[in-house]
Design a protein around this ligand. Structure first.
Ligand code: NAD
Length: 517
């Protein structure tokens, strides 16, 4: 690879917004010099990320605890292990991903051959959010590096411990002439957004997504917007109720206490079935988090006092209307809110209009479960739609007629990340399986230690071939695995011709004599 002077190496944080043009200039110089293009450079950086995660796992886990009091095991599986797995996959598949793809040519171009060449884009910007502040920062960066780009990561200021750690670790483990972290909030992000990038990858709210897209439009910069929305769960009455509620609870409260883009936002079920479902949810919550979930160490806290006040406002509004059928406890000092279920809040209520992004769960009832399709389609397109049913016809109708970024039938969140269940039996066998299936290269002793400490077992891991992304209001573009590589590549169409077979038919003058073959 080309040796370049590192112009701003050792520069002190915080980032001065005035330095944004220089930063982009430096990254472009690295890119244009060809530094990031080689297979070797890409591998060295991916290995750097792997090493960083391996060696600094404890620091990462501590930072996640400081930011969200994320339970150690949840932090390990949903952030640390997920990054390892993603990095590992990129390292394993990179050669294959980089290979040009053969394409068919038309007879008019005969003799010729064609291929699609994956070209790096240049200098790209990744703006990340706070709820999975490690995973959602590094996962897109893995894609950007794998595709051969120079990259700047702007983590979320709302998870300051993780943001500051990322900044330190990137300097220590990665090539700072082409991979940087810029810490900061709105002014720093705005300064970055004024620059010309070759791609912007944004994870966060649709409100800020619009700001990002407007800024990108000035330079005709393409964007990936990983946004949010209200993810519905439809529950039919013919389901295995125990499995259904476990999976709903896992997709709501176990998942960062509802602070996740793919978290269950609201349930739709029939009037008749609702009481049974509520009862089962109540039992399931107690089984997972104990009789007083406020004291459970397996539930994250609310990220900040601002977000706590927003959720408190929703809680208070519906307490008045007596719509809370379960939970409702809160502790402002500890930023904790217990799993809370509401029944039949009005359709035009804030609870049903905003993305909840917290531990509150409204249940809406309909006469017939089929009505759920129209109800979902009357709202902006969600990031994921979930359905629990044994009815094949309903399943097909749902898949055909509901538009959403992704869809999971008879489970939650499994299309995206590693899934956990709380169970202490036969965990060792399961964990061995998990290590092999995920190719995490983690030491079994280490996993077992966590497992013994927290009593978790891993029952399933996901298939990572699925693209992850939204549609409509929930975003545009997708990533994960090869899709991340694609998101940060340009598919260049290349046609190869020889000088033979140069027919006059295509050239003027268009006279009969000239058209004789
Ligand atoms: P946030 O406040 O951390 O903002 C995200 C990023 O945008 C941060 O880096 C922040 O600095 C920046 N930002 C905020 N305001 C800005 C402005 N005015 N101008 C420029 N930059 C600005 O996160 P958030 O928006 O509260 O995140 C929650 C949302 O993110 C939810 O809607 C959730 O569904 C969505 N989300 C989506 C995904 C996904 O993968 N699709 C993942 C996680 C979260």
């Amino acid at each position: 690879s080309v040796a370049l002077p590192v112009l701003t190496e050792g520069k002190k944080q915080p980032f001065d917004a005035g330095e944004a043009p220089l930063l982009v200039k430096e990254l472009n110089e690295s890119f244009r010099a060809g530094r990031t293009r080689s297979y070797e450079w890409r591998v060295s950086q991916l290995k750097g990320i792997e090493k960083m995660v391996e060696e600094r796992e404890k620091d990462i886990s501590e930072a996640l605890y400081k930011d969200l009091s994320k339970p150690e095991f949840e932090a390990f599986v949903s952030e640390i292990a997920a990054v390892k797995s993603s990095c590992n996959e990129a390292l394993k598949e990179l050669k294959q991903w980089m290979k040009p793809e053969k394409a068919k040519t038309s007879t008019t171009a005969y003799p010729s051959s064609a291929e699609i060449v994956y070209e790096p884009l240049g200098a790209v910007l990744v703006i990340s959010t706070w709820n999975y502040p490690f995973l959602l920062s590094i996962d897109p960066v893995i894609g950007a590096i794998a595709a051969g780009n120079a990259v700047v990561l702007k983590p979320s200021e709302i998870a300051p411990a993780t943001s500051s750690l990322l900044s330190k670790l990137f300097e220590e483990y990665l090539d700072s002439s082409a991979v940087r972290v810029v810490e900061g909030a709105v002014p720093e992000t705005a300064a970055l957004l004024e620059q010309k990038w070759d791609k912007i990858f944004y994870t966060g709210s649709p409100r800020v997504g619009r700001i990002v897209m407007t800024a990108a439009a000035k330079h005709l910069t393409p964007v990936v917007l990983e946004l949010g929305g209200k993810c519905p769960v439809v529950v039919d009455s013919d389901v295995d109720l125990q499995v259904t509620v476990r999976r709903i609870i896992a997709g709501k409260w176990q998942l960062n206490n509802g602070q996740a883009c793919i978290s269950v936002d609201y349930i739709i079920t029939t009037k008749d079935f609702a009481p049974k479902l509520i009862n089962a949810l109540r039992n399931g919550i107690e089984e997972f988090f104990g009789a007083d979930p406020m004291e459970s160490k397996y539930i994250s806290r609310i990220v900040s006092s601002n977000h706590f006040s927003r959720l408190e406002r929703l809680l208070d509004e519906y307490k008045v209307f007596n719509k809370i059928v379960f939970g409702g406890q809160r502790n402002k000092k500890k930023l904790k809110i217990s799993p809370t279920i509401f029944l039949d809040v009005p359709e035009d209520s804030q609870l049903m209009q905003e993305e909840i992004f917290g531990p509150l769960l409204p249940i809406i009832t309909v006469e017939n479960v089929k009505d759920s399709i129209d109800l979902i389609n009357s709202k902006p397109k969600p990031l994921v739609a979930y359905l629990f049913t044994n009815n094949q016809k309903l399943r097909n109708d749902f898949v055909q007629n509901v538009s959403s970024g992704g869809m999971v039938i008879n489970d939650t969140v499994l299309h995206v990340c590693i899934h956990l269940f709380h169970n202490t039996h036969i965990y060792k066998i399961r964990l061995v399986k998990f290590c092999i299936m995920c190719s995490l290269r983690c030491r079994l002793s280490h996993i077992s230690q966590i497992d013994c400490k927290l009593g978790f077992q891993i029952l399933q891991v996901t298939v990572s071939n699925l693209p992850f992304g939204g549609v409509g209001e929930s975003g545009m573009g997708s990533y994960h695995g090869k899709h991340s590589f694609d998101a940060f590549s340009h598919k260049k169409a290349v046609l190869y011709r020889s000088f033979s077979g140069d027919s006059p038919v295509r050239y003027p003058p268009y006279t009969p004599a000239n058209k004789k073959l």
